[in-house]
Ligand binder design. Structure first.
Ligand code: CTP
Ligand code: MG
Length: 257
């Protein structure tokens, strides 16, 4: 008789289920200067539905996410709250709205500040990435639950990237270096974190940052990358609105919605 452990019966893999422990903070308080003047970016419509609603539904579409904290432009909290009510989120997901700050970092911090104690995993997701597929959201959550304290979705770059020495007055910029493209990734959201780690990063790291993971990196904690998705691109400039509406049209043609 061997005393090797008996093989375990094949259990169905545990799908991410409803869990009070996972929340998403959705910073939506930016003006959208690069998109041009007008309504704040997150309130601009894509195929008739505000970008922010697409982003909230993308988070709520994960069975693991039970709470979404929308960080609205400070002057538009009432308007955002009524939009959320109008486009009622899926059953099983609570949505709360809080006012944002002057910087993305400040807006995210205000969202983190209202999370209930029961939340142990936090996603931070730009309202400006309205079309992220649920598979990407779930992959980030799974990696955090699997023990990674900080997880970012990312994709390889199409363009070669040059580091330059910026010059005044539009003069030609000298190239300083060309990083090896195969080792570079363009980083998306949702970024997923152990809640205590993210709170510590926001409480201690200062200075200009463009994502939450870089704050965690500054604490000396290892961040890991999981595959992102081409549809998780950020709506930044006017052409991105055209692309986003084309993606929605393709989804409707393929899936009937
Ligand atoms: N954001 C925020 N609070 C701010 C600035 C940005 O919540 N004070 C949010 C934006 O609403 C967006 C996300 O952070 O969902 C990513 O920022 P970005 O794409 O730069 O959006 P904007 O800052 O609105 O755009 P721009 O930089 O062109 O003004
Ligand atoms: Mg910005």
């Amino acid at each position: 008789m061997s005393d090797a452990p008996l093989p375990r019966p094949d259990l169905p893999s545990d799908p991410p289920g409803p869990d009070r422990g996972t929340a998403a903070v959705v910073p939506a308080a930016g003006r959208g200067v690069r998109l041009g003047p007008g309504t704040p970016k997150a309130l601009r419509a894509l195929n008739g539905t505000p970008m922010l609603i697409h982003a909230v539904n993308a988070m709520a579409g994960s069975r693991s996410v039970s709470l979404v904290v929308v960080v609205a432009p400070a002057d538009d909290v009432a308007r955002v709250t009524s939009l959320i009510n109008e486009y009622a989120p899926p059953a099983g997901t609570e949505v709360v709205v809080v006012p944002g700050g002057e910087t993305r970092q400040e807006s995210v911090r205000r969202g983190i500040d209202v999370l209930p104690d029961t939340v142990s995993t936090v996603l931070v997701h730009d309202a400006a990435r309205p079309l992220v597929p649920v598979e990407t959201v779930d992959a980030v959550i799974e990696a955090v639950r699997g023990g990674a304290p900080a997880v970012v979705p990312a994709v390889p770059l199409a363009d070669t990237v040059k580091q330059v020495e910026p010059q005044p007055d539009g003069r030609p910029e000298p190239v300083v270096a060309t990083p090896e493209r195969a080792r570079l990734r363009a980083v998306q959201t949702p970024q997923g974190f152990d809640r205590a780690l993210l709170a510590r990063a926001h409480a201690t790291v200062t200075g200009d940052v463009t994502d939450d993971a870089s704050m965690v990196e500054q604490l000396g904690v290892r961040v890991v990358v999981v595959p992102g998705h081409e549809e998780a691109f950020k709506v930044t400039r006017p052409l991105d609105l055209v692309l986003a509406e084309a993606v929605l049209a393709r989804r409707r043609a393929n899936h009937g919605f």
